[in-house]
Design a protein around this ligand. Structure first.
Ligand SMILES: [Zn+2]
Length: 257
């Protein structure tokens, strides 16, 4: 049935293209797209079109999601799977977009086992086999004032890739040509180094939030990988190299094109 899938894909690309104006407007704003070749850009646009056809992007709290907003989110999400394919985002359907940071209330357990309800304000969240939830304010802020290593879209969609083999734990399914021990060594060493740096109040180019747990570490270094690859490559070269193998892209090489 592959020919049928191919036919469907061609139909979507022909019938529901992203307008040239919107595509140019969005891709100009996303600095992470700098250095992509013309062929890669064209492929990213196709993936973005298909993403918007496969997924449902809905606004919460009466937020109207315009075409440029939808394309802004979809295109950044598709950058992660530019060389992997959209199927890596299978198994869930919705992207829910709040106007701004949204509040969640969760039970949390302290060191002595006491459970309390904690309310937190979030810019994004990914649910296992469920939606990706984003704050539009934060998505827009990442683009308006690109802060090295910050992209809520990359962060949440990296969690989605991590969840391809169950709960997010910083260990997504690796490709057959990757060595699990190399991944584990690179990530465990870097994670421990970051925790030590924070404990000793040493400055690090990596957001402290990465030290929360291995799942957050993977999402935060993915943000750096795509938006400030030179920082990650300088700070944790083995992690950078593993991400090159995982995402099958080399954003640092792109910055030097
Ligand atoms: Zn996270």
């Amino acid at each position: 049935m592959r020919w049928l899938d191919r036919l469907r894909t061609l139909y979507v690309l022909r019938r529901c293209p992203i307008s040239h104006q919107v595509w140019e407007q969005v891709s100009d704003k996303c600095t992470a797209f700098n250095g992509l070749s013309a062929v890669e850009r064209a492929h990213l646009r196709e993936l973005t079109t298909l993403f918007l056809h496969r997924k449902t992007l809905v606004g919460a709290h009466e937020l109207a999601v315009s075409e440029p907003m939808a394309v802004t989110i979809a295109a950044q999400a598709c950058l992660l799977v530019l060389k992997l394919g959209l199927d890596d985002f299978d198994g869930w359907n919705d992207v829910i977009i709040y106007p701004g940071a949204f509040k969640v209330a969760r039970n949390s357990v302290d060191e002595v086992g006491l459970v309390s309800l904690q309310s937190r304000s979030l810019s994004g969240e990914s649910w296992l086999r469920g939606p990706v939830i984003l704050s539009w304010d934060d998505v827009a802020r990442d683009l308006a004032s690109p802060h090295a290593g910050h992209s809520v879209v990359v962060h949440e969609f990296a969690h989605k890739l991590d969840m391809c083999n169950g709960r997010a734990n910083g260990m997504p399914p690796l490709h057959s040509d990757m060595v699990r021990a190399d991944w584990t060594q690179a990530f465990a060493d870097a994670f421990e180094h970051l925790q030590q740096s924070i404990a000793h109040h040493h400055r690090s180019a990596i957001n402290d939030y990465a030290a929360t747990d291995p799942a957050e570490f993977f999402a935060v270094v993915s943000e750096l990988f795509f938006t400030a690859p030179q920082i990650l490559r300088a700070e944790y070269p083995p992690v950078y190299d593993q991400l090159v193998l995982f995402y099958r892209q080399d954003p640092y090489a792109r910055t030097r094109r």
